[in-house]
Design a protein around this ligand. Structure first.
Ligand SMILES: Cc1cc2nc3c(=O)[nH]c(=O)nc-3n(C[C@H](O)[C@H](O)[C@H](O)COP(=O)(O)OP(=O)(O)OC[C@H]3O[C@@H](n4cnc5c(N)ncnc54)[C@H](O)[C@@H]3O)c2cc1C
Length: 459
């Protein structure tokens, strides 16, 4: 690779080679995992290039192709398994200046990849009171392209399912990594080639996405005496199709009190259920609560979450772990599927088996047409061996783990890299320069795909 010759060709673009700044923009939230922290701490690019248009993206890709320089895309850098970290150096391609909204229509939007999701929603709400169906809890800092390339689900998944579900992404525009980069417009099944591929087989420059009505969202914290009463309530609420909702989260005591929001009145012994429902659905929600042994702890509107007050969703999904880490640096986490229809039974079994070592955090979602829950359980980390044991025990009990302590697509276990996926990689990135090291099926010919449930099949 000849990085100097490559950068010389791009000298009229925004190129940064200042080592501290480049290092800072070569990382994401990989440090959530003690294993990734050790393995990736030294990773850095040689330069960050920030294109201002799709033409500039194409110029960077063409120059890098000619000089054999790796290119790793970066949106907001909020991925939490080192997805955006340039394992082999080269260029970090910062897409955060690609922020144009091409159009907004009734029910859909076409937008450039670098727009932050909060800014996207602000624009669609102002335009026609519409918003994204799903967003991660990094709504303020994550980009829409980074979410599709590196995320999977989030706030809204209780109604709309996951990003992998047909209809949650309508179209993607992708640039290939070739001598003359081509712009491919992917629709239908082809979208899955690039969805959750960590930018290993094309740079997304624009996306077409469905929109949902933007209601005034009420936020509520409910308190329960015990994990299972809270989980049973959450499951019942998840099944109330006529209650419009965006979030149903369960966080086991004493985490809500000790590490999240003691100022909102939750007791140390109480397991919290965090809920977002349309404001006019609050009565119906409280009516359901009367059938369960829980109490209303706190209530507000998301639009009031300004200044120091965080919206409730910033305590949910991967934010729960972030707050816990602020209090205790030895905490880490899991990503688990508790498969339907026996998900509650499995939650109870795992909670009983691991007790205080693995405090339970559940996110209820619509999963393949059924209600299920993901576990983003906290783990009081002791050693790599113990962490591996905990993961193995979950897998043996029929609860697949999407391993957040691994940085390759295959070991993370969400994306299946099969022959079709590899064929597309050969077409879009023949020299294997896009985010190298993240797709084992490409870099290690001896890699044997494991037989397991994947969140994303390749097509
Ligand atoms: C506190 C916290 C909470 C989170 N909550 C959630 C959640 O609720 N749900 C969820 O799914 N995830 C969650 N995540 C993970 C992550 O924040 C999201 O997936 C986020 O949307 C990633 O967006 P980003 O712009 O920061 O992407 P980055 O981290 O910059 O990139 C993510 C991946 O996509 C690639 N990439 C970025 N842009 C492009 C592009 N234009 N073309 C091709 N490849 C590209 C990168 O190379 C990288 O592999 C969370 C992470 C943290 C730290």
């Amino acid at each position: 690779m000849s990085i100097d010759a490559c950068l010389a060709e791009l000298s009229d673009l925004a190129v940064d080679t200042q080592p501290q700044r480049v290092r800072r923009r070569s990382r994401d939230f990989y440090w959530y995992s003690p294993i990734l922290k050790r393995r990736l701490d030294r990773v850095t690019a040689d330069a960050v290039v920030t294109p201002r248009s799709e033409e500039e993206v194409a110029r960077v890709l063409a120059a890098a192709f000619r000089h054999g320089v790796p290119v790793t895309a970066r949106g907001g850098g909020t991925g939490n398994y080192g997805q955006a970290m340039p394992l082999e150096g080269g260029i970090v391609l910062d897409l955060s200046e690609l922020t144009a909204i091409e159009w907004i229509e009734h029910g859909r939007i076409r937008v450039q990849a670098g727009l932050k999701m909060a800014e996207l929603d602000a624009a669609t709400i102002a335009h026609s009171r519409q918003e994204l169906r799903l967003h991660p809890s990094t709504h303020k800092t994550g980009t829409i392209g980074g979410y599709v390339a590196g995320g999977s689900s989030g706030i809204g998944s209780i109604t709309w399912g996951l990003l992998r579900d047909r209809g949650n992404i309508l179209g993607l525009r992708v640039l290939t990594m070739e001598e003359r980069p081509r712009a491919l417009e992917l629709r239908g099944a082809d979208i899955q080639k690039v969805n959750h591929a960590y930018g290993t087989n094309g740079i997304i420059t624009a996306l077409e996405l469905p929109l949902a009505p933007a209601y005034r969202w009420a936020e509520l914290i409910l308190g329960f005496d015990g994990l299972m009463p809270a989980a049973r309530f959450a499951d019942a609420l998840a099944r109330e199709d006529a209650i419009l909702k965006k979030l149903v989260t369960v966080i086991e005591a004493p985490v809500p009190h000790d590490w999240l929001f003691p100022e909102r009145g939750i007791g140390r012994e109480e397991t919290a259920v965090l809920v977002m429902v349309a404001d006019f659905a609050t009565d119906a929600l409280l009516d359901l609560l009367r059938l369960h042994p829980g109490r209303l702890v706190w209530q507000g509107l998301i639009e009031e979450a300004v200044g120091g007050r965080l919206p409730l969703f910033e305590y949910s999904w991967n934010h729960t772990t972030l707050h816990a880490l602020k209090h205790d640096r030895t905490i880490t986490y899991l990503q688990t599927l508790f498969p339907p229809p026996r998900h509650l039974e499995k939650v109870e079994e795992m909670a009983t088996r691991f007790g205080e070592e693995v405090p339970i955090h559940l996110e209820f979602v619509r999963f393949g047409g059924q209600i299920a829950c993901f576990g983003l359980q906290l783990v009081r980390y002791r050693s790599d061996e113990r962490l591996a044991e905990i993961i193995e025990e979950h897998e043996r009990a029929g609860c697949p783990i999407f391993n957040p302590h691994a940085f390759t697509l295959e070991e993370g276990g969400m994306k299946k890299v099969d022959a079709l996926q590899l064929a597309f990689k050969r077409e879009a990135d023949p020299k294997g320069l896009l985010n190298p090291g993240k797709m084992l099926g490409w870099s290690d010919p001896d890699w044997k795909p494991v037989e397991r449930a994947f969140l994303y099949e390749a097509h």
